[in-house]
Write a protein that binds this ligand. Structure first.
Ligand SMILES: Nc1ncnc2c1ncn2[C@@H]1O[C@H](COP(=O)(O)OP(=O)(O)O)[C@@H](O)[C@H]1O
Ligand SMILES: [Mg+2]
Length: 332
């Protein structure tokens, strides 16, 4: 089966001016490597969870995937064609192909648009439905199937008149209405009340499963990610350090950083006895990383080599990969 999305060694570097005054006039630039050499591919209907601490590049990766940001180097292909080419050929068709759900649904919508107008303008723009009447029927059906019943109660409202949960439902429904090939959900429930999170995740899962949509689910919450994702990628300072089938990575983590993340996740499996691994230091920022493994300064297993070179991925079988010298040494 061919890949719906293929990410090839993608980087995103931001140049930041950092003015350091020395003798009255020295200005320096620093490079923030938000995404630093990411490679993976997904087939139709696959779900990938992307986890990692705040600042590790999850949102930047999400924006690169739907071409809200251009990669500094590397390439992203959708159904075998680079996103750059797809956009050049037909920007509107590309926008329909890839959709993104953002963390804060209040930022997603124009505050001057009623919910009716939100949907109507999307349908008109993408030429879905033959006339106003058919489009109105589609809108009412979509809202009601999405649990917003009766639809008439929602249509005339503005975003600020709805709750975060209702608005996030609307955001998901609108994205899925366009029948995208590929959807990125960036921490879609982390700003919502805990009591409604599961309902929204279920809705997202039902809709994407029904339409066989490829999904990248970004979250710092491992328990939620496990629930919705078949595969999981663990990011640290712009790089994937471990990836594989969710069950395998979470039950048999191999990278020291994945072990730390999992050991600190109390909600993952309260019955399982786990040793909690503490790590020293704050998560660093992705500026001026040394030549070695980016996790080495905080790693409880780091040896001399880890500070000198970056470890390649070790193939652990069944698509499970991790980049750590300890694993390479074990295999050799
Ligand atoms: N537009 C930008 N300009 C400069 N730095 C940025 C920009 N966007 C993100 N960054 C930096 O890139 C890194 C990754 O950010 P982000 O992708 O938002 O991480 P996450 O979503 O995992 O919290 C952070 O250090 C962040 O400060
Ligand atoms: Mg983010």
């Amino acid at each position: 089966m061919s890949d719906v999305i293929s990410v090839k060694n993608v980087t995103k570097w931001y140049i930041q001016k950092k003015v350091t005054k020395q003798n009255g006039k020295t200005s320096k630039k620093q490079t923030i490597k938000a995404v630093d050499g990411v490679t993976f591919s997904l087939q139709k209907g696959e779900t990938l969870g992307v986890i990692g601490e705040s600042g590790c590049g999850k949102s930047t990766l999400g924006k690169l995937l739907i071409a809200l940001e251009d990669p500094t180097t590397g390439d992203i292909l959708i159904n075998g064609t680079s996103t750059k080419e797809l956009i050049k050929k037909d920007r509107l068709a590309f926008r329909r192909m890839v959709q993104m759900i953002f963390q804060n649904p209040f930022d997603t919508f124009d505050p001057r648009y009623t919910i009716y107008k939100v949907f109507m303008s999307a349908l008109e723009l993408h030429n879905i439905g033959k006339d106003k009447e058919e489009r109105e029927k589609i809108i009412v059906d979509t809202l009601e199937k999405g649990g917003l019943v009766p639809a008439a109660d929602y249509l005339a409202r503005y975003p600020h008149e709805l709750s975060g949960g209702q608005l996030q439902r609307i955001s998901i429904l609108r994205s899925m209405l366009l029948n995208p090939l590929f959807l990125v959900a960036d921490e879609p429930v982390s700003m919502l009340d805990v009591s409604i999170r599961a309902d929204i995740i279920n809705m997202l899962q039902e809709l994407t499963t029904k339409k066989d949509t490829t999904l990248v689910f970004i979250s710092h919450d491992i328990a939620t990610t496990r629930y919705i994702s078949q595969k999981v990628a663990v990011m640290y300072l712009g790089r994937i350090v471990e990836m594989g089938l969710t069950d395998e990575v979470l039950h048999n983590p191999q990278h020291p950083y994945t072990k730390v993340l999992i050991s600190n996740c109390a909600s993952l499996d309260p019955l399982e006895k786990r040793e909690i691994i503490h790590i020293e230091g704050e998560p660093p920022t992705p500026i001026n990383n040394g030549p070695g493994c980016y996790f080495a300064p905080r790693c409880y297993k780091a040896c001399e080599r880890c500070f000198k070179e970056y470890p390649e991925f070790t193939d652990l079988g069944n698509g499970h990969i991790a980049s750590c010298f300890n694993l390479m040494d074990k295999k050799e």
